[in-house]
Design a protein around this ligand. Structure first.
Ligand SMILES: C[S@@+](CC[C@H](N)C(=O)[O-])C[C@H]1O[C@@H](n2cnc3c(N)ncnc32)[C@H](O)[C@@H]1O
Length: 349
């Protein structure tokens, strides 16, 4: 019994810890520069962003006029380990002295308050310091699912943030339910979440431009990732670029899966230009996906009902039948081997 509760505490701690990765300004700038035109006249909402800490807030506040934003709304979450802990980056008139409550910042105009001829963070700092209407306490916790935050979400045109990894499914579901435009950071593995994959398959969500390899942690250290990037439903030019295909299909080179009606293509660059059937490709394909060139049909990940599946294994086939059933399998020297999760795709004619 004790073991179980300490395990669940550990699990909870791991979850909380995994939510505390802060996005660096350079990564925000590198991605946002591609979408500038789509932000003009828009209300932007960062709903998982403590303005003391979030570079999303700083980026949008400092570029408020350059992007031509109508409004910037930011809300912080009461449970964030950094709320009230850090020295405030900005002094805020609307805040109570202990500064621990979740807050909302709503910016509608940024003027050149320091008269240096340009708009920058210093002007935002002055605005927050002098205008008590910009920063207000939230009545609820600042949870993106709270009534108060959902009301703000409804008013917004585009949501931009790095949401908590542990709540990614719920986060996406809420955005889609409210038909919001968004640009958010997420793990590559999210593609195997059933509901999320359906949105990808139906071309309602796609990959942004870049990957995000490093995040700041509350203790000031850097955490590196190899599998985190941007997801969006804002238009990108890259999803209209055709992937150049070099290879021709050769049945000796491309093996057929033993349990799926598809061929294995282990590298995106090896996708044959003339294969009309279903192909299994690494999930990194998403970065090259142009929906007028390809169709995404499915994913070979824990889906017993996948319509391209040819068989389910039992222990008679292999002692590792469970592993084999999770994924597409190929025969290597007469032995069945599971592949990594593959996207099942087809060339559009
Ligand atoms: C991955 S961090 C990213 C923070 C910030 N968006 C950034 O990119 O620098 C996710 C943030 O969401 C906050 N958070 C966790 N659960 C939340 C919830 N239910 N509603 C709103 N924010 C939440 C965490 O405290 C954390 O600050």
């Amino acid at each position: 019994m004790e073991k179980k509760s300490s395990n669940s505490n550990l699990h909870r701690a791991a979850k909380v810890k995994n939510d505390e990765f802060y996005t660096r300004r350079t990564d925000i700038e590198n991605e946002l520069k591609h979408y500038k035109d789509q932000f003009r006249g828009k209300i932007v909402y960062c709903n998982c962003d403590d303005p003391f800490e979030s570079d999303f807030f700083k980026y949008f506040a400092a570029n408020f006029n350059a992007l031509g934003l109508k409004k910037l709304i930011t809300t912080s979450y009461v449970k964030s380990p950094i709320v009230g802990k850090q020295l405030p980056l900005f002094e805020m008139r609307g805040l109570k002295p202990d500064g621990k409550e979740p807050i909302k910042i709503e910016v509608s105009e940024v003027k050149d308050l320091n008269s240096d001829g340009a708009i920058g963070l210093e002007d935002v700092q002055r605005l927050l310091k002098d205008d008590a209407n910009v920063t207000t306490s939230l009545k609820e916790s600042g949870d993106f699912r709270s009534k108060e935050c959902v009301e703000l979400l409804k008013r917004a045109d585009i949501v931009v943030t790095n949401p908590p990894f542990s709540l990614f499914r719920e986060y996406i579901a809420q955005l889609m339910k409210n038909r919001k435009k968004f640009l958010i950071i997420g793990n590559d593995n999210a593609i195997s979440y059933k509901e999320f994959f359906e949105f990808i398959k139906k071309n309602k969500i796609w990959a942004g431009y870049g990957k995000v390899k490093e995040f700041r942690q509350p203790d000031g250290t850097i955490k590196k990732f190899g599998n985190v990037g941007w997801y969006t439903n804002l238009d990108t030019t890259k999803r209209h670029d055709k992937l150049t295909l070099y290879k021709k299909y050769d049945r000796k080179e491309y093996v057929k899966y033993d349990n799926y009606n598809a061929i294995e293509v282990s590298k995106v660059s090896d996708i044959p230009m003339n294969y009309e059937g279903v192909m299994g490709v690494p999930v990194t394909f998403l970065d090259k996906y142009n929906p007028s060139q390809f169709e995404i049909l499915g994913i070979t990940d824990r889906d017993p009902n996948n319509k391209y599946r040819a068989k389910m294994y039992t222990k008679k086939d292999s002692p590792k039948y469970n592993d084999l059933n999770r994924r597409a399998a190929i025969k290597v020297n007469n032995e069945l081997k599971p592949t990594y999760a593959r996207l099942l795709i087809k060339l559009k004619q």
